[in-house]
Design a protein around this ligand. Structure first.
Ligand SMILES: [Zn+2]
Length: 110
């Protein structure tokens, strides 16, 4: 990978980490335990629980993504950075910029 490409990828990773951390922070605020508050009706409470489980799933995915991004950041200077973990082919730059946490090319990801 060329130095200027690596620079581009580095920016993309850093930006994605900032965005993902913000997502995680706002999801964590929304997933505080639901108090057994009698001001909520029964149905509203059920809805709140349903919505909470969706948010918790989103939070898990965001945390997983953040781990992947941090791993990518740590690996960016490795000679095999940007190569597919499965087939060893170079992952197109556009895909890395879009999904910096990916370690697979499009074919292997499918
Ligand atoms: Zn591959």
């Amino acid at each position: 990978m060329k130095t200027e490409q690596k620079q581009q990828v580095l920016c993309a990773i850093q930006q994605a980490i900032i965005d993902t951390r913000q997502d995680i922070a706002s999801l964590q605020e929304k997933t505080v335990p639901i108090a057994p508050d009698e001001s909520l009706g029964r149905l509203t409470r059920m809805e709140a629980i349903g919505e909470k489980s969706i948010l918790e799933e989103n939070l898990r995915q965001a945390q997983y993504k953040l781990q992947g991004l941090e791993r990518a950041l740590a690996r960016i200077d490795q000679p095999d950075f940007g190569c597919c973990r499965e087939c060893g082919e170079a992952i197109p730059l556009g895909r890395i910029l879009l999904l910096p946490q990916t370690q697979l090319c499009v074919n292997c990801a499918e």
